[in-house]
Design a protein around this ligand. Structure first.
Ligand SMILES: C[S@@+](CC[C@H](N)C(=O)[O-])C[C@H]1O[C@@H](n2cnc3c(N)ncnc32)[C@H](O)[C@@H]1O
Length: 200
């Protein structure tokens, strides 16, 4: 067992948190909000019909948009309530409950590596801090040789960007491009958000 993610610690303290999050996402979808910005960037990074891992997929909004674009999507999340919602709301992709710090998809019968791993919605800031490097190492292990990770999270969430870039290097990943938004604006020292495109 690894240290419990900050997300699951939140759920333990407030058992209604997962249902609240699912309903929030459903409400945004009903309201017609744009929930596919991250997916559009990832779609531009990969060939048609690519293999994409939605890491920390929650109720599935990013993976669902990528599946709708024709990609072969696997979504992984540690919260079983969110995976149940993904299965209900977005049938098609394979949705799995797992902690990213223990990610081993070949052990679950998924052997083919991924063209892209998307990690959106502050997932990295919700990891148990002690597991961050291991999660990045596991991303690397699940990438195809030319595959890339697209990961984004905000400032002020207890995971400094410098610390993140150090963890990326320690995990054996290279930063291809650092952005400050999913709609491709440059990352600067003042950025309040990072979107990092990483490769082996
Ligand atoms: C704010 S939600 C974002 C969900 C989804 N990526 C999105 O953008 O809609 C953060 C997600 O990170 C997941 N998460 C946090 N730590 C995790 C871990 N160690 N393994 C797998 N999922 C994790 C949570 O369960 C939660 O679904």
């Amino acid at each position: 067992m690894v240290e419990q993610s900050l997300w699951m610690q939140k759920v333990a303290a407030d058992p209604g948190h997962s249902d609240w999050y699912v309903e929030r996402m459903r409400g945004l979808a009903r309201a017609g909000d744009d929930l596919a910005g991250e997916a559009r960037l990832v779609d531009a990074m990969v060939p048609r019909g690519a293999r994409v891992l939605d890491a920390g997929c929650g109720p599935g909004r990013v993976g669902a948009a990528l599946a709708a674009a024709g990609h072969r999507v696997v979504g992984v999340d540690v919260d079983p309530t969110l995976i149940a919602a993904a299965e209900q709301d977005h049938p098609g992709p394979r949705w799995l409950v797992a902690d990213l710090a223990e990610l081993d998809l070949p052990a679950r019968g998924i052997d083919e590596p991924f063209d892209a791993i998307v990690c959106a919605g502050n997932v990295l800031a919700f990891l148990a801090p002690a597991t961050r490097r291991e999660v990045l190492r596991r991303f690397r292990a699940h990438l195809a040789p030319e595959g890339r990770v697209a990961a984004g999270f905000g400032a002020g969430r207890g995971y400094g960007f410098d610390e993140f870039f150090a963890d990326v290097a320690a995990a054996g990943l290279e930063v291809d491009l650092a952005l400050s938004t999913w709609d491709v604006r440059p990352f600067t020292s003042d950025s309040e958000f990072v979107v990092a495109l990483l490769r082996c």
